[in-house]
Design a protein around this ligand. Structure first.
Ligand SMILES: Nc1ncnc2c1ncn2[C@@H]1O[C@H](COP(=O)(O)OP(=O)(O)O)[C@@H](O)[C@H]1O
Ligand SMILES: [Mg+2]
Length: 340
């Protein structure tokens, strides 16, 4: 049996990704569990649970243990993480990998220690935790040890993590709760108000990914039928939704995002701000894939903006990279724990 290499884990609010050293991302599933809310029995975890959203049988709820930058349900988080990690490493008990993990929520020391202990049970030999912006930057290939300031913005589902990094350290940071989910919520709201149509979360996510854009100035002829429930008749109905409408729906969260970027730049020292103006802003995370986001931020802020290749994978890849060259990145590592 092939052995498992050391693993990097992105414990996100929307998705959990696991990268293996030298192999890239080997696991990517939604961070959700389907739970019977009376007995707390778990029905399914990950993709299988995600597919139940909007069509849950009675008594079953699909929960997201990480939301709005905090751990909502620690037990569920822990069960989900262990299950995912076991699926990647479980069969290799004689070759336990080291793990480096990045968590998209501020967790306290007790919670961190519990997560690390859970990782031991799941088959990891040793687990350390790394700050999200450092992992994101490393995963894009940025040399974080350089003195030049780099602004990295990771747009996930629940949170946008904005950081300015210099000499391997986070010099300024702000975590907004405007991220991908806020755009999805805005689409649901907009269609309810404009079309009297209540669409489900997954329908809104699909619209956003397929024809969504955040640029209301863009020429846009795309449209897609969306199915929902008419709020007047109560019956199922479809409406054609256009890209232009989605851009209009995106205005509010877009504004909040740009405000958030501004406020970080305003409070960093002038030299770092100059670096950011020269080198630009680097976008990572699944939300960085929203169409025209790069162009709109660039236009509004007059700063160059870049979207990382495979933005959703950056954090997991960054974690795996640190494990490949631990000596080089010793200072970015948080505390770890050994089983022996
Ligand atoms: N092609 C796409 N276009 C627009 N948004 C996308 C696309 N793919 C993923 N997203 C959004 O990215 C967000 C999830 O990003 P991700 O980095 O996985 O989140 P997290 O790190 O919080 O788990 C969701 O809001 C999702 O809708
Ligand atoms: Mg992410």
């Amino acid at each position: 049996m092939a052995s498992v290499e050391d693993i990097g884990i992105d414990l996100g609010s929307s998705n959990v990704l696991i990268a293996e050293r030298g192999k890239g991302v080997v696991f990517n599933e939604p961070a959700v569990l389907a739970v019977n809310h009376d007995t707390r029995n778990i029905i399914s975890i990950g993709l299988e649970a995600y597919q139940m959203i909007g069509r849950e049988p009675s008594g079953i709820t699909v929960v997201r243990p990480l939301q709005k930058g905090t751990i909502q349900d620690f037990d569920m988080l822990s069960i989900m993480l262990n299950y995912f990690v076991m699926r990647v490493v479980g069969k290799h008990l004689f070759n336990r990998p080291r793990a480096l993990m990045s968590v998209s929520a501020t967790s306290n020391e007790i919670e961190k220690r519990q997560l690390i202990l859970g990782m031991l049970e799941a088959g990891a030999r040793r687990t350390q935790i790394i700050e999200r912006p450092l992992a994101a930057a490393l995963g894009t290939g940025v040399q974080i040890n350089e003195v030049t300031g780099r602004m990295v913005v990771d747009i996930g589902g629940a949170t946008t993590d904005i950081a300015v990094i210099s000499s391997g350290e986070i010099m300024a940071r702000s975590i907004l709760d405007t991220a991908g989910d806020a755009f999805t919520d805005a689409i649901i709201r907009y269609i309810r108000l404009k079309h009297n149509l209540l669409i489900g979360w997954r329908t809104a996510e699909d619209l956003k990914s397929a024809i969504g854009t955040v640029d209301s100035q863009e020429q846009n002829t795309l449209s897609l039928p969306a199915a929902g429930r008419n709020l007047v008749s109560g019956l199922p109905r479809q409406a054609d939704i256009t890209g232009e409408e989605l851009a209009e729906a995106a205005e509010e969260p877009l504004h909040a995002l740009i405000e958030g970027l501004h406020s970080v730049i305003e409070r960093i020292p002038a030299e770092l701000a100059n670096d950011v103006f020269d080198d630009g802003i680097l976008l990572t995370g699944g939300g960085a894939q929203m169409r025209a986001l790069k162009e709109v931020i660039q236009r509004e802020m007059q700063i160059p903006v870049f979207v990382a290749d495979h933005p959703q994978e950056c954090i997991a890849l960054g974690c795996a990279l640190v494990l490949e060259r631990p000596g080089e990145y010793a200072r970015v590592l948080g505390e770890g724990r050994r089983s022996r």
